[in-house]
Structure formats: C-alpha cells, structure tokens
Design a protein around this ligand. Structure first.
Ligand SMILES: Nc1nc2c(c(=O)[nH]1)N[C@H]1C(S)=C(S)[C@@H](COP(=O)(O)O)O[C@H]1N2
Ligand SMILES: [Mo]
Length: 315
C-alpha cells in the first residue's frame, strides 16, 4: 500500500474530539437536530445516535477522534492518509440504499433510517491495518448477523460479498489519470465469519453518525482481520456460493489473501507483521511498538472458526 505519511491537515480544519463531544451533548440536550456539527475538513455532518454498551469492550485507551478521522485509508478519495478527510467534501452519503440479495429468501433494500433502526451498540475494537499500524475505535453498529437474518440466506449460500459505491463525480480517487485500483472496491467473508457476533456493520463512531472518511453511512468491521477487510460505504451485499473476489487479493495475490486474519507469525513479503505502532502513541518509527496479537487479540472468540485450515497457506 502507499507510503507511510502523516496527513497534512491544518488543525483548524478538525474539530477537536472534546469540543465535538460537548457540542454533541449540547445538541442532544436541546433536542436540536437542525444544527448539526461538522466533522473534519470534509464537511461531513454528524448526528448523535442512541446506543447501548456492547460486548467485547477493551480497557485500552481509545484513539482520539482527531486521529481516527484524519489518518485514513479510503482510496476512492486518494491514497494519502489525509485525502479521505480533505477530498470527500462532494461525497453525499445520504440518501443511501444498501441492497441485500443473491442466495436469500427475502431480498431487501435498506435506507439509512432502516440501518440506524437496528439496536445500536457501542463496540470498542482494536483495528490493525496490514501496514502495521493500529487504533482503538469506539464504533457504533449492530451485528451483521441481524441484517442477514432479515433476508433469510438459503442453504446454498456459503459466502457474503460486499461492494463499495462507485461515484467518480464525488470521489476524486476514482477519476483522473492515476487510479490506484479497480472499482468497485469489493470484499468478502465466509458466511460463518459474517455471522460471528464480533462482526458488525458500523453506522457511527464516538456516539454519532459515521464521518465520510470512515465509510459513511455504513461500513463493515471485522476486528480480527486486517483493516482492508473493513469495506466502506457499502451499496450491495450479496450471498453467494463460491469465495468472492476481493480487491487487495485481486491486485496483489502474493501479498494479500482472502482470509487476512491478523497473524504476527506470517510476515508481509515486504515487512514484518510481528509488531505494530498504535496511532497517537508517537510517529511510525517510534520505539514503542506493540507486539501484534494472533487474531488481533480476539483468538479466544474466533480461532475455532479456522480449525483444519492452514493459516500459513490461507493467509
Ligand atoms: N471502499 C474502501 N474501503 C476500505 C478501504 C478503501 O480504500 N476503500 N481501505 C481499507 C483499509 S486498508 C483500512 S486500514 C480501513 C481503514 O479504515 P479507517 O480509515 O476508518 O480507519 O478501511 C478499509 N476499507
Ligand atoms: Mo489497511
């Protein structure tokens, strides 16, 4: 993936998390849905969401709202870490439709209100990017299994395929001479991975709707896998029989696999995966690198999904 660079966004373009949280409670108190705060440099509007504490919380310090919304990978807006925040001003995540179909008994289309109507939980997860950096993100979301239940997958459905929106007119990374990858960005999970209680569709973070740069209005979060599995701004979910094509393995099969479970013992061909830098704890080359944990620390919950699978061969 692209070179490691911290984004050059003026501090004045980013609402500090504390200020933003205060505004949010102020708004909630006043019941004022009309005056929504703006997030980051992208002009994304945030609305508070009603949530309940979910399972799997961690006592690790949360990465700051500023870091989570200014250091991003979202190649539809460019490959620089600051591009998703600074170049997503034209992106319109609302209105939105998410079509769910394929091998299901009841295909269904969800709009944003329908997505936010699922019982929303706070899910505080570690996120480990394949580039060897990590964050702790307080997502707001609901189990993907809850959505799958509504469409009634058929017995023949073995995998779930996901697709990001294609809108060159709103996404500068999808137009022009240099396009880093083939669009749409696509991802996939085995059906049992998709149904695992840790797997969520996220519609928010830090208690409010998802900023554009993080994949508004709905993105996937699979915390035991490398971050690239967490496909953003999803427009289609399709239940299928065969393992679906995924963006990074299509582009570079020798470096990125379908499973992409976080594994400190399997190095990327060009760098070690044994340790990681926690964003916010210092620069990329700081000395305080943390050991990377098998399945990103979620082995107890998910290792049994892979009994009998050679994880070195099926990375
Ligand atoms: N559509 C789309 N989804 C994407 C990406 C992308 O470029 N396009 N990047 C992935 C990668 S590599 C990572 S690490 C995470 C980053 O999520 P964040 O920016 O919310 O931290 O999003 C993933 N989802
Ligand atoms: Mo990533």
């Amino acid at each position: 993936m692209a070179a490691y660079r911290y984004p050059k966004i003026a501090a004045s373009e980013i609402t500090p998390q504390g200020v933003w949280m205060n505004r949010r409670s102020l708004l909630a108190g006043a019941g004022a849905a009309a005056a929504l705060p703006f997030i980051g440099g992208s002009g994304a509007q945030a609305a508070p969401l009603t949530t309940t504490p979910g399972p799997y919380a961690t006592d690790e310090a949360h990465t700051s709202f500023q870091d989570i919304t200014s250091y991003n990978n979202f190649y539809e807006f460019g490959t620089g870490k600051g591009d998703p925040a600074s170049r997503s001003g034209d992106f319109q995540p609302e209105p939105w439709t998410l079509e769910v179909g394929g091998l299901v008994g009841k295909p269904k289309t969800f709009d944003v209100d329908a997505l936010r109507a699922f019982p929303l939980e706070d899910r505080i997860y570690r996120m480990r990017c394949v580039e060897a950096w990590s964050m702790v993100i307080p997502w707001v979301g609901f189990p993907l299994a809850a959505l799958l239940d509504q469409v009634e997958p058929l017995g023949s459905a073995k995998y779930v395929a996901f697709e990001t929106v294609v809108r060159p007119e709103e996404m500068p990374g999808q137009r022009g001479l240099f396009q880093p990858m083939e669009w749409p960005y696509v991802e996939g999970l085995r059906l049992d991975e998709a149904r695992h209680p840790l797997t969520i569709l996220s519609v928010g973070l830090y208690g409010a709707t998802l900023p554009k740069q993080n994949g508004a209005p709905v993105r996937l979060v699979v915390p035991w896998k490398y971050g690239f599995k967490g496909i953003k701004s999803i427009v289609r979910i399709t239940l299928v029989e065969d393992e679906p094509v995924t963006s990074w393995s299509r582009m570079q099969p020798s470096e990125y696999g379908f499973y992409a479970n976080v594994n400190p013992e399997v190095d990327h061909p060009r760098w070690s995966q044994a340790s990681e830098t926690r964003i916010g704890e210092g620069g990329f080359f700081n000395s305080a690198r943390r050991p990377t944990l098998p399945f990103n620390g979620y082995a107890e919950e998910v290792a049994s999904l892979y009994d009998g699978l050679d994880l070195r061969a099926n990375y």
